[in-house]
Design a protein around this ligand. Sequence first.
Ligand SMILES: Cc1ncc(COP(=O)(O)O)c(C=O)c1O
Length: 417
Amino acid sequence: MHFPIDTVRAAFPALAFTDDGRPRHYFDAPAGSQVAGRVIDAMRDAMLHACANDGGAFRTSHAAGAIVDASLAGAAAFYHCAPDEIVFGLNTTSLFFQFAGLLSRDWRAGDNILLTRMDHDANVSPWLQAAEAKGVAVRWLEWDRDSFEFRYETLGELVDGRTRLVAVGQASNFLGTLNDVARVCAAARAVGAVSVVDAVQSAPHLAIDVAAIGCDLLSASAYKFFGPHAAVLFVSRALQARMPVQKVRPSANVMPTRLAPGTPSFEAQAGCLAAFEHYAWLGEVAGGAAADAPLRTRIVAGCEAIVAYETDLMRQFLAGLATVKGVTLHGIGNANRLEARVPTFTFTLAGHDSSAVAAALAARNIFAWDGYYYAWEPAGVLGLRDGPGAVRVGLSHYNSAEEVDALVAALAEIAGA
Ligand SMILES: Cc1ncc(COP(=O)(O)O)c(C=O)c1O
């Protein structure tokens, strides 16, 4: 089905902004996406019409309660789980720190956990610090420098009966690799370890299915998927049954309050719901889903439309990048292996400092990042952590083919200068 890029771009008010008559080209989505107009409207409405705490007898309190119920149901459709397996939080990092404290309470010396050399530090440091505090050994799942993929064949020897937790990212914010997290979670399950998936960089690009992944915890951050600064955490019922709660005495011992202490951000939850609805809308306008189909069906159709469209953009970008002088791509560059990556590309240009490249792009109103983006482990493996780092461009479903052309032309110019 044709992807209606003009209609999609019109759904993002910030894409229309210009500076001194020049358009903005947003290629910074892996750090934070642009926000769908419906999200902005929903958050404004929430602060106007639902400005009360929930649980009261009056109209605005009912409206806040309705936001809670609808956003939990929306998140359940987004992740393919039950509403009582959802917790909203400030961001993924703080949720993982919170859960590291709770999950590590009964860890003992002699236990071990498995982390990866590919993950963003949000899915490393919380577990690493908890392990250090408890005298628990830390094991590492390495990745192959040629294929940019995990050494899955080592999983069998990395986990055993003393493995308490396995934490893995679904898509790398540095390499762009899309990982077989179901395989890693199956290895964790086989030894009774808790499995944690960081879906922050996959959720903007593909349908998340916790049932198919088979994980205990999974988090994504709405500000990377066209919503507000908030994170959405899946906590399986099985894990809930064997972990401590964290609540004040007066609050109910039910989900989500037993694992989400304090008053939630109703406006952020309203914004998250609108972000889920953005995918569903895409499912209707670009994925052939019927308007009256269930929310999950429309979300999945929207994600399939995103995958197809972004695959075309990736092919175009890689073909263009191959013509740029002195490029080293740190990730999968084979056009026949695009199903193994998301459209996040990290590269260096020979003879050019990455911060200077990002500045030269910014001078052309092209927004892209340089550095190592908290990807402490993978940047360390590549020797890119302590120097000028690398340039990162992220393609999103709101980017057009013309923008990709403009990006490639700018890179060619910068590389030739
Ligand atoms: C893969 C990945 N995980 C986690 C995070 C941290 O997310 P948050 O800012 O919501 O804590 C990021 C942020 O860039 C990320 O890219």
